[in-house]
Design a protein around this ligand. Sequence first.
Ligand code: AHR
Length: 628
Amino acid sequence: TLVVKAGTPIATIQSTMWGLFFEDINFAADGGIYAELVKNRSFEFNKPLMGWTKIGEEYAGQFQIINSQNENNPRFLRLESLQGKELGLTNEGFRGMGVVAGENYLFSILAKQEQGASALKIELLDSTGLVIGNAEVKNFSGDWKTYETKFACSVTHPKAQLRLTLSGKGVLDIDMVSLFPEHTWKGRKNGLRADLVQKLADLKPGFLRFPGGCIVEGHELETRYQWKKTVGNVDDRKLIVNRWNTEFSYRNAPDYFQSYGLGFFEYFQLAEDIGASPLPILNCGMACEFNSSELVPLDKLDPYIQDILDLIEFANGATTTKWGKLRADMGHPAPFNLKMVGVGNEQWGTQYIDRLKIFLKVLNEKHPEIAFVGGAGPFPDGKDFDYLWTQMRELKVPLVDEHYYRSPEWFLKNASRYDSYDRKGPKIFAGEYAAHDKEGEDAESRNTWKSALAEAALMTGLERNADVVYMASYAPLFGNVNAWQWRPDLIWFDNLKSAATPNYYVQKMFSTNAGTDVVTALVDGKPLTGQDSLFASACIDSKTSELIVKMVNVARHTASLTLSLEGKQPSVKEINLQVVANANPGAFNQVGKPEEVTPVERKQKISGKKIDISLDAYSLTVVRIPIK
Ligand code: AHR
């Protein structure tokens, strides 16, 4: 019997409790949520024609990469058609281009005609070379200008290519070759993939942490994430190599660069769109400690601190300020309501603390209204963890970012992790976590039901301790099945489709049943943290007058629990149960295949204050009970 004191709220659940961690890893941004279909549109990858294949060089003319004066986007491509024969090139997209029959595509190009009268044929090809959409751009001027055209696609194809062909004798300079579906999230230009954003919106997240992760730090400081380079005119955002490029990591991506088409303005806008509080994480004067460990000397941190001050102005400042004006010019005069900023991602050692102290001295003084988040490194309970926590307490940081990528067994054991945390110190931000189960062949195979169930068990512990745990986010968020570097991930996708993992459904069951206040739920006077393989937490939603109980059964047999309500009673005779269960803990969901693990709804008749609930083998059950 689980005795639930439904009439006695014991702690407020923060509206930020269940959120999202976004990092451009696994082609999450370019080649993922950012809907641009052309790879290396500005010829700025380290190999200027990476992603492009030349056509007609042997007989029709030549290609030249030229450097302009624009230091943010120096290279452009010169096409010289000498014979009047067809000269052109194709772009392979990000492991192909996903295109849909009946959808319109917006093509744009920055071009300048050097000589001759030429037209550019634009064609979308399927993998056999068949034209499945086309348009033409002509009447080019002798000055750099952007040309746009729209055309429909006739066939759905996951790996289309874009071909540009110059007709007529002449010389044409091109840059910023771009192709977007017309239908993006909210129909925005330079927009995001609507199907992927919808999956985020469906989670009703409390916050959106961005832009990472390790990309905040960079392998070296030179390649750290610098938000100022990601805002303003898209053509002038300086592309850099992604920290998860194969040159540096072990899988599948020599062509991984950050175009910054999805930059800080777009991140803030995304957060606003999906009702999430923005949580940017900024560099603290340290490159990734797993790599170069490059450090900014303590007396040279000012530009880094200034970046944070300017970011606050960009997000919240009046439109008369320099950065507030840029936000308004980009289309958002109203503030973005920034309340939290992380200082450093996953750093450790005295080098972190020495820097953090300098940052906080300035930041807290200038912006007492903002919560500046500190971190506890990548080693939960390991290297430096206690040291970092002691320092966090002394520095009185409001929130400490803890990361844990651990086995499912670790997750089960840690369901009671926060029961003994100091109630007077900083609050917890579980900023990156995922249960890591065994690897399989398929990209999605690590996202097993076992891993998701272990996370659900731990999450009951997060909720029970909502007086100290203020925020939590699974990580990483996205994985492109054809270009990933890290797994498991919450959502897998290819160029056309996506799959919610079992882990996604667990997140969704918690975040869409978040409640407002924790209530006590005890078996024999103790919280359920693994006795008989069961875990539970309970809360009320004071806005809807409901009791919400979350129960996890990690055993291979059915279990039963009797909920015994105290202080309140059910106001209905029938209740709703949401259940995710699968008898196979190794089950996982895959892109383009029927779901193996998926929530179902059940109804159950009840009478009185005692409610018997049957918990399936290997299951998460959420019950909502209207109460009076
Ligand atoms: O989520 C993947 C990586 O894990 C993040 O970039 C980093 O913060 C952590 O080590």
